[in-house]
Structure formats: structure tokens, C-alpha cells
Design a protein around this ligand. Sequence first.
Ligand code: BF8
Ligand code: SF4
Length: 637
Amino acid sequence: RHVTEVSDDLQVQSLLEKARKESVSTAFDRADEMMQCGFGSAGVCCRYCLEGPCRISPNGKGPQKGVCGADIHQIVARSFLNHLTQGTSGHAEHGREVALTLLEAAEGKAPFEIKDVDKLYAVANDLGLETADKTVNEIAKEVALKALEDFQKQTGIMNWVQMRAHKDSLKKWNDLRITPVNAHLEISKAVARNAMGCDADPLNLVLGAVTMGLVDGYAGLHLSTDLQDILFGTPKAVKAKYSMAVLDEKKVNIAVHGHVPMLSEKVVEWSRKLKPEAEKVGAEGVNIVGVCCTGNELLMRQGVSVASSFSSQELVIVSGALEAMVVDIQCVMPGIQNVAECYHTEIITTLPYVKIAGATHVEFSPEIADKAAEEIVRKAIKNFKNRDPEKLSIPKETVDAYAGFSTEQILEALSKLNADDPLMPLIDAIKAGKIRGVAALVGCTNPREKQDIGNVTVAKELLKNNVLVVATGCAAHSLAKNKLMSPEGLVYCGDELREVLEAIGQAVGLPSLPPALHMGSCVDNSRPADLLTALANKLGVGIKDLPAVGSCPETHSPKALSIGTFFIAHGVDVHVGVNPQVSGSSVVTNILCGDKQEGTVTAEEVFGGKLIYETDHIVAAEKLLERINMKRAQLLG
Ligand code: BF8
Ligand code: SF4
């Protein structure tokens, strides 16, 4: 593809041109070279035992059963569950790491403080813990232990499900007997049921996938957000900068990349402490830039600038201005190491189970957080002298964006309009049709797709039709770069939505709220879920009854599928713009994407929401609007 076809971002285009001139291979080029396997695309290839691999042709030619007798629907359902298990385990692992950090911090073993004591009390109360006469650290320890129970208990339901789920949704899951007991138990069960000779009922397998979605939502998203807010602070509105141009030629540049904020928070701290050392090597200081969701975490709480979303991560290195890229877990392309070898960048892995051959490894664990962060920043400073001026090319223009819209921050802003009942202004606007509905633009960028175009097109179409847009993950990155997170982007909103955004914004001393509200990283998809739960409770209805949708136009990650399934389990319609690899089975496709229909069971019928797979961005937005309008009509009559 020509550079203009791989990304809508001119800076990414120019860095990709540079990479190509310098014979550096990146994901965009590898995506062009890679043939897409038709069997894999349809989900009909099974490698779960050594009788296989078996693949079944969806057109009916050739064998229609695997050696064990599994048919195409069973194989597709298992590959779907496998994707969900993969995505969920990443988020659950994230939650567990944060819980352990909170425990060690509370016990005085790790150098972290409880930054948001109010949130700690709120979570402790929601968990039903007694807080009177206890110190902050004692309460934090109890909260951490409650969180860790969600990876241990053998009976009952997960504490975080009990605490955070809407009661109607929970009842539905209990009736279906799909409510998770503990995250590890469910993940292990999902792997086990997917093995050769186990679960062979496509519907039951899809319900297993829904359980994975719930584990993802509670042990992953909600638990991580709650505990991270306690440890690092609940985000408040913050102004920051986006684009590759946030790299600073005069400073030592460090990119933090991945997902968990524990180390990166410390790297920010040490980058300030070690400024004098950076000055000694001729730099003006140390500049931290974010990539992927670690970037989102630091942006939300510290206003750290963001350089790149997923698909262009290697191009941050191609700028020639990056002294170190520090990575933790997830969405870290192994390709960064090969690219780094063509420049002076040092790739630094930090977790014992996420290493990259050829990269430097500086081990991180909560108790040695300071030591690890200090060592990393020093390595970057030392590397500054190796920068090659011939290879330097930093794009020029940054884009301003507002972020930090936690549910708490949104409610605080709304309370300026109605102090007694902050949700009312939002509900009134929805009832009056000034806000037609709420859409969460979530998920990734994908090197096979033209970067940003799907995320931005869907968002703009919805905004134009007065849908309130919130965003997380790399989708938020696409929107921010296109001015949808600054008042400048108001021109893309319908008149009625714009009036609401201006009214709320002006009440908090801003010219307006931005068109799209940045709610954080991918685990922070708990925040839109919290907002919907609050709205549903206020209206006395289920989440499935709200005019709310999710859209994931450019995903690459199974994590996005598990987050999407979490929302579908609440009855929220979810759009994906990239093939979810289930088309080989009419049965599985109908369960996930079908409408209510005699004689078949569909997600729409059971939960009230479905999966919408649509690659045309305009059509996708139309379909989402149609669903929003349908739910509005049912809710408001
Ligand atoms: O968890 S949006 S590419 S970075 S998977 Fe990855 Fe997708 Fe980005 Fe964040 Ni989410
Ligand atoms: Fe083939 Fe069945 Fe083994 Fe899969 S589990 S590889 S379909 S024999």
C-alpha cells in the first residue's frame, strides 16, 4: 500500500516513508506481505489435538468433520472461546498485578502510596468492609485481599461482580449459570472445556465465552480501574498533547508502552528526579511519551503526552529521537526490537514473562519499583550520546486534547448544573433528544486497516447525529489526533449535542466539553460501564434498555472481543469493524449477530444486545444509530 493508504495521519505517513527509504520493515509492510488464510479468517481451522490440524471448508467441499467428529460449528465456537480466553487472561493478569501491588503498598513493602483515599473508602464500602477505626493501609490491605479472593475462591460469585454489576444483568447471568466464581478458575475451565473431547455444543461454548467476557469485565476492567485509581489517583480533566511531534529533540526521550501503570508512574517520577543528569549529557531534561494503554494511563492521571497508538508503535523509533522504549505487557509488537536495531533506541522489557530476544531486560516488581525505574531512566540518559543526527526526523505539529474524564469527573461536572442530582441534566438531555444516545468508541488500530479512519468516521457520524461519544484505548488516540478531544472539534457535533457540551463545559469553566470524552485505557472501559449502570439505576431500567452502543472499528486484539462480549452480556450492541473470524459457522454467527428469530437462540434475545460486524464505517454508524433509535423508542415511547 502507498503510505497514504496505511494511515490517515500525515506524520505516520512521513515516518513510514522514512522507514521504507531506510529499509526498515514495519507492521504496515508486513501486513501487506502476509497472505490472509481463508480458513483461519472463517475460524474453521482446529489445532487442538495431534489428530489434526483439521480444517473444514465452509463451501461444503471436502471433509465436513474433523478426525474427532467435530463439525464446523463446534470448531468455530471453540476458536471464538479461545480468542475470548486469550483476551480475558490478559486483563485478569493486569488486575491481579495491580491487586498485588496494592497489597504490598499497604503492607509497606512497595514504595507506593494510596493517592485517592476517598476512592479507597468508597470501594471498601461497596465491598461491605468495615472501615471504622482502621488506618488507610489497613483498609487498603483488606481491599487488596478481597480483590485477590477473586482469583481464589471456589464457591459463590466474584466479589467485583457482586459489587459492580447491575442487578438485572446479574440475575440474568445467574439464571443462565454463567456468573464467574473466580477469574483463574474460569480461565482454566475455559481452556479445559475447549480441549479435544470436551464441550461440543456451540451454544454452550458461546455461553462459556460470555463467562470469559464477565471475567474480563470484572477481574480485568473494573478491578484494575478501581485499584489503580486508589493507588495512583482517580483521573480529573487534564490537557495534554498528541502526535509523534511530542518527541522533543532537545531532551532524552523515553516511550512507555504496554498496559500496567505501576512501573511507568515511577519512570515519570525518576525522569524528573534525574533531570540534572540529563543536563550533564547535553539534554534539557527527560521527556516521557506514551504509547498504547500505558500511555493512556499516564495521560489520564499525569497529563503525559501521547506519541502513538498500536499500529504505528514502531514508527516512534523510526523518528531516530527515542533513547529508550520501556515495555510491560500486551500489544507490544516483537517487531520493535528489529526496528530499534536500525537506530540507537534501547528496548527495555520489564516483566519476567514478557521478554523479547535481543532486548535489554530490567526486571520490575513492586518492591523494587524505584530501583528499576531509576536504572531505566539512567540507561536512556546514557544512550542520548548515541543519537545519530543524520537519522533524526521529528514531525512538527502537536494536537491539544482534553482527557481525564473518569465517571467521577463527569459527575462532578454535571453536579455544577444540578448539585443534588448530577445525573438529571444528562437524563433530561437524553429524554429531550438533545442527546440521542451514548456511544463508546473503543479498541485499537490495526496495521491491516487504514489507521484512524474507521475510528474517526464512526465517531463523526455519531456526533453529527447528536450521540454523546466517550472513548478509550487506541480509538481515543485516533479521535484526539483528529481534534475530537478539544473544543475545536465541536464543528462535528449536531447542534443539540453541541449546546449540551457547551453548557456543561461552561459550568466548569471551560469553553465547552470536548466532543469525545476520553475515559482512559482499555481496562477503563469499566468507566463507561459504571456510567451506564448509574443511568440505568436512575431510570429504574436495565442497561439493555438504554440507547447505548459500543463500537470498535479498527480492532486487532482478542481483548477487544472480550470487552465487547462483556458489554453484549449487559445487552449493549457492539460493533466490530474487523472480521471476528466466526463466519465459517452460520450457527455461531447467528447466536452472536442474529436477530430474534423463532427456533434459534441469539444474544439479542437472551441479553438484549448483539454483535454487529460491519466493515463499512458509514454503514456501521447507520446501524448503530438504528439500534439507538430503536432502544429510545422502547424506553421513551
Ligand atoms: O488495551 S486499544 S491496541 S493498546 S488492545 Fe492494545 Fe487495542 Fe490499543 Fe490497550 Ni486495548
Ligand atoms: Fe481435529 Fe478434533 Fe483434534 Fe480439532 S480436536 S484437531 S477437529 S481431531
